[in-house]
Write a protein that binds this ligand. Structure first.
Ligand code: SF4
Length: 346
């Protein structure tokens, strides 16, 4: 495997200055703004995160505001972004930052890393972008660039490979200070706009003269990816239960998938009309009629839900569910996007 080029920063920084996109979190990159944006951007595309970030900052502009907010307020601001444990951890971490550090994020990788939901990547991003420290932020984009620059033959899923790149990159960082922020952002920008997974745009890349994969004409042979376990498919029946202008929601368990979020009642398996009527009667809903209301698929990391919806008119409203109006669902009950297709029917 080749080494990372020595003059990585010198090649990348002028390119970044000329090509950086004006993203909302790049304006006024306070530690809090950088932190929230990096958590949001995990598993979320930039374009999707943009509006959420601006709304989040308008509602909770400081660490103290976030720490003092209710969990439902935070989850409501996160509604639709998915991976809700990110929001919960952010909330918990904000409380810790207020208690331990007086509301100021610590300028130290280890201390950042100790906060809930902050891994090596986020700690590196905040430390370098917000505090100007020599701390690499190695995500999938940066791994891809490193693997191509060096023609790395090993899987980038291996922790040892990731650690080795983090170490090698750290040696390529400019001296601590303002340029560390730009270097981290430049690597991210290159991975998001030029060194793309399937179609790297090497003609526009400032690193093409020093890129081993490009030199060999083998850009798309790298990175070597880990083998993926196939996702499990689970069939579910979703109930849109209606009673006198209200609709039923219930809360998911505090642990596991979509923990603690509100959802439309649903269960594993695909019921037919008779099964739906039987189940809703058993819940005490006194079903009057049931009709199918569509199908939807939601993909989680390791699981796919294949859902069939049933709209059921109910003569009774058992208190095992919360019976909500449209306004209450809008203001108070964060329902994950897995149920978007059915929630839209309410
Ligand atoms: S030259 Fe091509 S493969 Fe190499 S880093 Fe640049 S875009 Fe990626």
């Amino acid at each position: 495997m080749d080494k990372l080029p020595k003059d990585l920063a010198e090649s990348l920084l002028p390119w970044y200055e000329a090509n950086a996109r004006p993203l909302p979190w790049r304006q006024d990159p306070t530690p809090y703004r950088v932190w929230v944006s990096e958590i949001m951007l995990q598993q979320t595309r930039i374009e999707a995160a943009r509006g959420y970030f601006e709304r989040f900052m308008a509602a909770l502009p400081t660490v103290e505001d976030l720490a003092a907010a209710s969990e439902e307020t935070v989850l409501k601001l996160w509604e639709g972004l998915g991976y809700y444990s990110r929001a919960r951890n952010l909330h918990r971490a904000a409380k810790m930052v207020v208690e331990r550090y007086g509301g100021r994020l610590p300028a130290d990788v280890k201390a950042l890393r100790a906060l809930p939901g902050v891994g090596d990547y986020t700690a590196g991003a905040v430390a370098s972008i917000a505090f100007g420290l020599r701390a690499p932020a190695v995500d999938g984009n940066v791994l891809r660039i490193c693997a191509r620059l060096t023609r790395c033959p090993d899987s980038v899923g291996d922790k040892a490979v990731k650690d080795a790149f983090r170490q090698a990159l750290q040696e390529r960082y400019p001296p601590a200070g303002g340029k560390c922020a730009a270097f981290t952002s430049a690597l991210m920008e290159l991975g998001e706009t030029v060194c793309l997974p399937g179609t790297p745009d090497c003609g526009r890349c400032p690193l093409s003269p020093v890129c081993a994969a490009h030199g060999a004409g083998r850009e798309t042979d790298f990175p070597v990816m880990p083998e993926k376990a196939p996702r499990r498919v689970q069939r579910r029946t979703v109930f849109v239960l209606e009673h006198m202008g209200t609709a039923a929601l219930c809360k998911r368990p505090d642990k596991g998938l979509l923990a603690g979020l509100w959802e439309l009642p649903n269960l594993e398996g695909e019921l037919d009309e008779a099964g739906v009527l039987r189940q809703t009667a058993a819940w005490g809903c006194a079903p009057v009629e049931a009709s199918p209301c569509g199908q939807a698929v939601h993909i989680f990391t390791h699981l796919e839900w294949h859902m069939t919806g049933w709209r059921v008119l109910c003569a009774a409203a058992p208190d095992r569910f919360v019976w909500t109006t449209a306004a209450q669902r809008e203001d108070r009950y964060p329902v994950p996007s897995a149920f978007r297709a059915f929630k839209a029917l309410l």
